[in-house]
Design a protein around this ligand. Structure first.
Ligand code: ACM
Length: 649
């Protein structure tokens, strides 16, 4: 995962034992040597073999022969050749790539191919020829709402490389925090960050770490809105009167940079000059989203400026602002990128549109000659299941874009907005779902079978743990804390059946601020409740084939288990204050189990329930379906389908 562009399985296998060796030929750089070193260590970890550290002397005898014809760019660039071919036979695995980055992508594929059975570990014989469908395959991490330390970013870069993502879009300034050191304007991070910011050395360290994995790092400095943290230290460049404080709430806020004030541009010119030198990537994201212009409309000086310039609407003033910023970026050799809202036909054609509002905006931009990247549909903070993101394609199946226009659709980015993620939970919001998005962006459009995606996603999710990702194991850490270090097996069952509420309902139902602990049950629950998925599939299968005792037994066994767990879960929740808010779930689980078992017995015996039974159960299910503690059970619809089936007997 992602599925390669072309795979042909062959007969045979290449055994992997302690004699496993690697030889490198062609143009080999330090990045490739280091990558191979890490791959060997991962392979050792999985196989529990210690390989020789001596380089293979005879390349024809090496288990893995890697041939790269050039090193490519040491700092990755958009459009770098990431292709590779991988030929595995009984005698050898041969990885051929035109660049170091192509070899990295192929090495990740190779690692995913490792299998083991009673004869030992092996790579299956195969012939793979692979290259990405889109050149821009990103993950945006918002380090501003909740600061994410260097080690969090690094392990996520490792995971990105494992699924062939190639852009870290780093959202560094927001209302809630200014997260980058500037030597020229130190007051910005000193007053705007609570001390949680990246030093320039750390930024360089991350950029180098990403480059070593074939990943670009593009910073985002969101303006003119989402800018409260800027004006904490520089109220004179705000569009309304200060003073300002770092924002602690989620949402859209009024503080906006003043586009009519020359001081704003003086400061931004200095800032962008410094950032352009710090970040080597050609692209610089200026945000531009969700500027409601309230301060502009309220400020007579700004209104007078607009009148003088003949601007009728705030977005014209924002375009004026963007055009001035663009000049700074161009002088520093950068290409400007921004969210949909920056899109105005007066901008030069190399500006990249980042669409968060829809695929159509991207298509419109492409038609008018602009390149774009899709994030609408890839908002992983909204807590939708992987299946929902997976079916979103940057180019609609029925697109009317010409081939040339389609090329302007550069790809997409998963967006990890961080209002409700801490360093402890962020991995579990990004992974494994982002691997499904990575596949959408790399693999051919035709790779789109949801069940097979989930089968592979579960394997990849486990493999990501090897890299230090905490998306699986931290759930237990959170649950143990909530359970006061008591037994969590029943709590785990519950958590496998519930998901956080979707979209922005979490805050509506359970308000918190940026200073709140993210250690509740809602933080432990994940977007793809695995137990619910399994149960729902079993019920669908049972209802489709009502003559299979095996199907009935499988569903019955799970319902019995829920009822057993509900009893001890109730006891645990009653005595764990951190779980009080979710106490009702213990009753719900018991009731769901009971209703399900009743329905099952009617369906199995093909007998009619007493009159009134169906409506009574449907009403009970409706109450159970209501969210509690910003969480909702994901199995109620299946129980309802059983109740309906029983009612129709
Ligand atoms: C955004 O979600 N406001 C880009």
């Amino acid at each position: 995962m992602p599925v390669p562009a072309s795979v042909q399985w062959k007969d045979g296998r290449l055994p992997v034992d302690r004699s496993f060796s690697v030889a490198l030929t062609g143009k080999v750089d330090e990045r490739l040597r280091n990558y191979v070193f890490r791959v060997e260590r991962r392979l050792e970890g999985r196989t529990v073999f210690e390989f020789s550290r001596e380089p293979a002397t005879d390349s024809s005898k090496a288990s893995l022969l890697i041939e790269t014809s050039s090193t490519g760019n040491a700092i990755p660039r958009l459009g770098d050749d990431e292709s590779y071919t991988l030929e595995i036979s009984d005698a050898q695995a041969k990885l051929t790539a035109p660049t170091t980055v192509g070899a990295m992508r192929g090495l990740e594929t190779l690692l995913q191919l490792l299998a083991g059975d009673k004869a030992g570990f092996y790579f299956p014989a195969v012939s793979i020829s692979d290259s990405p469908r889109f050149p821009w395959r990103g993950l945006m991490i918002d380090s501003a709402r909740h600061f994410q330390p260097v080690e969090v970013i690094k392990r996520n870069l490792d995971a990105m490389a494992a699924v062939k993502l190639n852009v870290l879009h780093w959202h560094l300034t927001e209302d809630q925090g200014f997260r980058v050191e500037t030597k020229k304007l130190p007051e910005l991070y000193q007053m705007g960050s609570d001390g949680d910011y990246y030093t320039q050395d750390q930024i360089r360290e991350i950029i180098a770490y990403a480059a070593d994995r074939g990943i670009r790092v593009m910073p985002e400095f969101d303006m003119p809105g989402h800018a409260t943290s800027w004006v904490v230290s520089h109220p004179e460049i705000a569009s309304g009167p200060g003073p300002y404080k770092i924002e602690r709430q989620p949402g859209i806020f009024d503080p906006t940079l003043d586009p009519t004030n020359e001081k704003t541009y003086k400061l931004l010119e200095v800032f962008f000059r410094e950032m352009s030198q710090l970040f080597p990537d050609a692209y610089m994201h200026i945000g531009g989203d969700e500027n409601e212009g309230k301060q502009w409309t309220a400020n007579p000086k700004i209104r007078a400026f607009m009148k003088e310039k003949g601007f009728k609407a705030n977005h014209e003033l924002q375009t004026y602002f963007n055009t001035r910023i663009l000049k700074f970026l161009q002088k520093d050799g950068k290409i400007m990128m921004g969210w949909d809202e920056i899109f105005q036909p007066s901008l030069p054609k190399d500006v990249v549109i980042h669409s968060w509002r829809g695929q159509k905006a991207l298509a419109d931009a492409a038609r008018q000659g602009y390149s774009g990247v899709l994030s609408n549909g890839y908002y992983i903070d909204l807590m939708y299941p992987a299946s929902q993101h997976y079916v979103v394609d940057p180019i609609a199946a029925d697109t009317t874009l010409t081939a040339e226009e389609q090329k302007r659709v550069l790809g997409g980015e998963a967006t990890m907005w961080s209002e409700w993620v801490s360093p402890e939970t962020i991995d579990s919001r990004i992974w494994p779902r982002t691997a499904a998005i990575a596949e959408r962006l790399w693999s051919p459009r035709e790779v789109n079978q949801v069940d097979d995606m989930y089968r592979r996603l579960s394997i990849i999710s486990g493999q990501l743990e090897e890299l230090g990702l905490t998306h699986k194991r931290n759930q237990d850490v959170l649950l143990r804390r909530l359970a006061q270090n008591g037994n969590i097996s029943d709590l785990k069952l519950l958590v496998s059946l519930i998901e956080p509420v979707k979209e922005y309902r979490r805050y509506q139902q359970r308000p918190q601020s940026m200073l709140s602990p993210l250690t509740g049950l809602v933080d432990a629950a994940q977007a793809d409740a695995a137990g619910a998925r399994q149960f729902n599939q079993l019920v669908a299968g049972m209802l489709a084939d009502r003559n299979s005792p095996k199907n009935f037994d499988a569903v019955r066994s799970l319902l019995d288990q829920w009822r057993r767990s509900a009893k001890s879960l109730g006891t645990l929740m009653e005595s764990s204050p951190g779980l009080f808010e979710a106490k009702q779930f213990a009753n719900d689980l018991d009731d769901l189990g009971a209703i399900g078992l009743e329905a099952l017995s009617f369906i199995e015996s093909k007998s009619k329930p007493p009159s009134g039974w169906h409506d009574e159960k449907v009403a009970a299910l409706k109450a159970i379906a209501k969210p509690k503690a910003a969480l909702e059970l994901q199995v109620v619809a299946s129980i309802k389908s059983m109740v309906d089936a029983a009612g129709n007997n």
